[in-house]
Design a protein around this ligand. Structure first.
Ligand SMILES: Cc1cc2nc3c(=O)[nH]c(=O)nc-3n(C[C@H](O)[C@H](O)[C@H](O)COP(=O)(O)O)c2cc1C
Length: 159
């Protein structure tokens, strides 16, 4: 493929292609001063086992990203199939998304109660990837919180 041909892949076509990739859904959390912050993500994957490393991709304008780059710590909270409303709450609006969301702190990072699993990381590095920033995290605490079925995001909807 020539680069001219590659350039014909628009953002819309690429987004449409990615709709066929099923993912889990998580809430990435961090702390802005004393305040808990967080947003819904599906761009989350493991990277390495030895040492343990994971990756989240956040839009450059994300307020959660700003808190992560300042505090150098973040959490990833894995949602279950009954937590679609929680995923929505952490994806829209600019108010306090934690109001009415029970949570605790692990290593100073907000962990949402009643999620399937949660991990707290130190930031290893951040690198810009187009309009997003890839955040590589080194897990320092993790917990499988309870049994349940995952919330799955596919073709723009929950399963
Ligand atoms: C299912 C789903 C997955 C999402 N995945 C991501 C993601 O991986 N990265 C991202 O930056 N935003 C993602 N978003 C959008 C953010 O949750 C949304 O823009 C949020 O308002 C960002 O909040 P913040 O600016 O407070 O960080 C996703 C939204 C939904 C509903």
């Amino acid at each position: 493929m020539t680069s001219a041909e590659l350039d014909r892949i628009t953002g819309t076509a690429f987004r449409s292609f990615m709709r066929d990739w099923a993912t889990g859904v998580a809430v990435v959390t961090s702390t802005q001063g004393a305040a808990p912050v967080g947003c819904t993500v599906n761009a989350f994957t493991s990277v390495s086992l030895d040492p343990p490393l994971l990756l989240v991709s956040l839009a450059r304008g994300s307020r959660t990203l700003a808190a992560i780059t300042a505090s150098k710590v973040f959490g990833v909270n894995v949602l279950d199939d009954r937590q679609g409303e929680l995923a929505k709450r952490f994806a829209v609006g600019t108010g306090d998304r934690f109001a009415g969301t029970p949570h605790r702190r692990e290593l100073g990072v907000p962990v949402i109660e009643d999620v399937l699993a949660a991990v707290v990381c130190e930031v290893e590095w951040c690198v810009v990837g187009g309009d997003h920033v890839l955040v590589l995290g080194r897990p320092r605490w993790c917990s499988r919180e309870r049994a349940g079925e995952p919330l799955v995001f596919f073709r723009g909807g929950w399963r």
